[in-house]
Ligand binder design. Sequence first.
Ligand code: NAP
Length: 546
Amino acid sequence: MSQSFATAHQRAVEPEHHDVVIIGAGFSGLYMLYRVRDVLGLDTVVFEAGGGLGGTWYWNRYPGARCDSESFYYSYSFSEELEQEWEWTSKYPEQPEILRYLEHVADRFDLRRDIRFETRVEEAVFDEKTARWLVGTDDGQRSSAQFLISAVGCLSAANVPDIPGLDCFEGDWYHTGRWPHDGVDFANKRVGQIGTGSTGIQAAPVIAAQAAHLTVFQRTPNYSVPARDAALTPERRAEIKENYPAIRKHTRESFGGFPYDPSSRSALELTHDERTAVYERLWQEGGFKFLWGSFYDLLLNEEANETAAEFIRSKIREIVHDPTVAETLAPKDHPYGSKRPPIDTDYFETFNRDNVTLVDVRAEPIEQITPTGLRTTAGDHELDIIVFATGFDAMTGALLAIDIRGRDGLSLRDKWADGPRTYLGLQIAGFPNLFTITGPGSPSVLSNMPVSIEQHVEWIGDCIAHLRAAGRATIEATPAAEEAWVDHVADLAQLGMFSKANSWYVGANIPGKKRVFMPYVGGVANYRHRCDAVAANAYEGFELSG
Ligand code: NAP
């Protein structure tokens, strides 16, 4: 039962004392626990709302859920033994395999004993007298800790749109990010899927293969490139394992955290036929290389971008038999890559099935959910199941769900009312000793996440070690450093394509959310060097005290 800030803060129970409290036991929280507990020897507890570990990979069990980055670089690099002992089965592993990997990590490093499952953090308040955080959880307990580390994830606060009538729907409905653990039986069911982002694009082909009928309600068509998943042969696995040091170095020194060399060519320096041959080769290879490995200026120059966008549209027209459906699926209102690009397996082919219908909700907006389905301005769709593939309150939603108070009772919700403000995406002025792994203002979602997670975890671990060695109690971003960083993040976002779409990068998917471009566009290598330079320069931009 949720309690108000005041009542929970004044709970009679004596707090448990720890050195570190971590919120969340996904990719970030697990490694952070290992780093502060096993490397630094600190007393640490992790609070996790889920009944198990894995974060994103615990909650997102929808049909077709898999990683669209390749397993050999979407994984931890901090342990050579772990790298060598784990066997990935395919290029793009499915959700159960990634969850098994994270469970193996937890067992291997004996992490579970310090994770409290089914325990949601409701509030955290900085006590200036003791310079410690007091953390209240939904089991009525309080904990105090010198350091509070958010590992809540960038895409974890599920967004179920407020469509009138949902309460009266007589069928079943599910959000993809809160999928039932025992699955959903689609056999003989009429299914409606709202949303065609990365999730909806993965889910639709699998649901269509099981359901009596699938109606896809599309608001914005999406540029998607085939994944071309394949099993990893023993030879390929051996080759990867042998080359791990070079692969990891490559990812850390790259722009996006991927071990690919970016192209040094402009899309505009080739003839139409030469350029098409490049796109065709990468389309056949599949995956993110289409964006990162084709031409360097796809995200920088609108004319270059349009060549890739038009190539993908031509593929949609080639794949989808019905020209009207193909045209509805072909994106024209935003540049390629300005929204997070999906990777698919037979997504466009799905619209050639007899049991699949596409509804363009821009042409016929959804009016309401009825007891028996969904009504658009053009008529009723009878449905047994509604699947909300409608995404997340990205980057800020999960953190702001917690009532966080810094110095002088300053509320994070108030501080971020006009958009998130951080220094390096790592800390917030007014909130000493609170660290935000992959927080807004860091490369995070614009990168291969494990690379950015490991960089943050290691930076935070080193920072805590430094404070303790130097006998300092607190570290806090200065308002001036924060201001300068927020301006820098905003300036960079204006370059290129990223701010040209109504994406979750700018919060446009959440009604009323202030439009601010939240991730850092400067690339992971450059960002890492900046963070390292700040630390080397006596934590420039931070105030250390106590
Ligand atoms: P998303 O990208 O935000 O897509 C949500 C979809 O729902 C969009 O098509 C959106 O339309 C639509 N939508 C939202 N509200 C709606 C409404 N009221 N009426 C009609 N349509 C509505 O969410 P997502 O697909 O869950 O993906 C989120 C992110 O998770 C991805 O971008 C990616 O970073 C990550 N992800 C990763 C993987 C992976 O393999 N690694 C897989 C899945 C997701 P608009 O576009 O018009 O807003």
